[in-house]
Structure formats: C-alpha cells, structure tokens
Design a protein around this ligand. Structure first.
Ligand SMILES: Nc1ncnc2c1ncn2[C@@H]1O[C@H](COP(=O)(O)OP(=O)(O)OP(=O)(O)O)[C@@H](O)[C@H]1O
Length: 230
C-alpha cells in the first residue's frame, strides 16, 4: 500500500499541503479532485520526491520512502505521468519508450506489447515525439510510465486539453493497465470522469482533504460543494 501520513509540503515559505493523509491500495484507483491550486500536483510531486518531504511522510508497504528522488521511487514501483508530458523531443516515439524501458523494471509491459495491443501507437512509433497531436503525446507519456512496470501509477491531468476521442483512447490504455493490476492515482479535472474511473476519491481544498469516500456512492452535490469550496 502507498500512503502519505500527515504530509506537509512547501515551496519556499509557502505551504501547499497541510497534514495530508491519503492511501492507495494495490490494484485500486483513487481520484484526487480539487480546483486549480488545491495541491493535487504537489501531492504527486511529493510522493516522487520532486517536492521535499520528511521520510516518514510517504510510506510504501509501511516503509518510509519520502524525500527519495524520482529515479529511486521508480525502482520501487512508483511512476509519475507528469502534467505536460515531458517527452524527449529529439527522439522518436519508439526511442522514448525504449529508453524508459531500459531504465525501468522488468515486467509484463514492453514496447512490443504496447504496439501490438495498441495499434494506434504502432502507426506513429517512428515519428518524433514533437510531430504528434496532444492526444498521441499523452498516449506516449502514459506508455512511457507503463513500460517501467510500476505497481503504482500517478497520473497528473492526463486528459487536459484533449479531444473527447483522444480522452477515450487515453482512458482505454489506462483501463488496460488497471485490468493488469496496477494501482492508479488519478488527478482529473473532469469530476464525473474522475468518479467513474475510480473506486475511491479524495476532494482537496487548499492543501487539505475535505471529503473522501467511495466513488460509486459519491454524492455529486457534496463533491461539487467540496470542489468549489462553497
Ligand atoms: N513551483 C512552485 N512554486 C511556488 N508555488 C507553487 C509551485 N507549484 C505550485 N505552487 C503553489 O502550490 C499550490 C498548489 O499547487 P498545485 O500545482 O499542487 O495545485 P493543483 O491542485 O495541482 O492545481 P493545478 O490544476 O493548477 O495544477 C498553489 O497555490 C500553487 O500556486
């Protein structure tokens, strides 16, 4: 289980997270819901060590892993799909994925499997990452994390700015990974989608959890209230 325990996070003197406790169990999908600036990305960044935390603020199967760099968290099976994708622009799609796979863990997800199961990517695998549409880039960013064979996948706004068709493709790929047993932490602006794709949710306001529960039984009015802080 991946857990944060009373996590505080700062940017200089500015405090972005306040005693944030949250967990995601193996194989589970958890949605983080909140308006711009609520602290969702900061939580993901804190888990992978790009925002500094105390060691026992992040626990993996009970062991303190907070503050360790992203590379080390990847070795432990925690991968981030960052907002903005951050692909290597000078490399082709295939090269981006191969590089990630070499640096990742061994497991069921390989570049070949992705191309076979997701022919839409096979079609543009030799193109430079910059020559792709936003939706295609997002598929590659998600795939790049998948070929590292993580146990926990942290997804930051993977559908932002994409066409409805592209959003569906991204979620189809994520669904495939979930069926393989991956646990997912989903930051998603579309609240309806966030709830329909997850088992549990946390609503975040100004760096604090204000509501949490089962996504299936979520009271949408209550979630909207927590989202907008009204
Ligand atoms: N690099 C940074 N330096 C200073 N403050 C930051 C930095 N990144 C985020 N913040 C601040 O931390 C708070 C939480 O931001 P965060 O990006 O985690 O929010 P979010 O919920 O992910 O929203 P968004 O959808 O806008 O990304 C905000 O007040 C934001 O302005």
């Amino acid at each position: 289980m991946l857990r944060t325990d009373r996590l505080d996070a700062y940017y200089g003197l500015f405090q972005a997270l306040f005693g944030f406790t949250f967990e995601v169990r193996p194989g589970e999908t958890v949605a983080l819901i909140g308006s711009n600036g609520a602290g969702k990305s900061t939580l993901l960044r804190s888990i992978v060590g790009s925002v500094r935390t105390r060691p026992d603020g992040v626990l993996l199967d009970g062991r303190p892993v907070g503050g360790d760099p992203e590379r080390k968290q990847l070795d432990r099976g925690i991968a981030l799909v960052p907002e903005g994708r951050r692909l290597f622009p000078s490399l082709t799609v295939r090269e981006n994925l191969q590089l990630a796979m070499r640096n990742g863990r061994k497991g069921p997800w390989t570049v070949e499997r992705l191309m076979k199961e997701f022919p839409v990517m096979d079609a543009f695998q030799h193109r430079p990452a910059t020559a792709l549409s936003g939706g295609q880039q997002q598929l590659v960013a998600l795939s790049r994390a998948l070929v590292c064979n993580p146990d926990y996948l942290l997804c930051d706004e993977i559908s932002l700015g994409l066409s409805p068709l592209a959003v569906n493709e991204v979620y189809e790929l994520l669904g495939r990974a979930r069926r393989d047993g991956l646990a997912v932490v989903l930051v998603e602006q579309n609240v309806k989608r966030a709830l329909s794709e997850s088992e549990r949710f946390y609503c975040i306001q100004k760096g604090r959890v204000v509501l949490e529960g089962s996504s299936e039984h979520a009271d949408h009015a209550q979630v909207a209230q927590a989202y907008f802080g009204i």
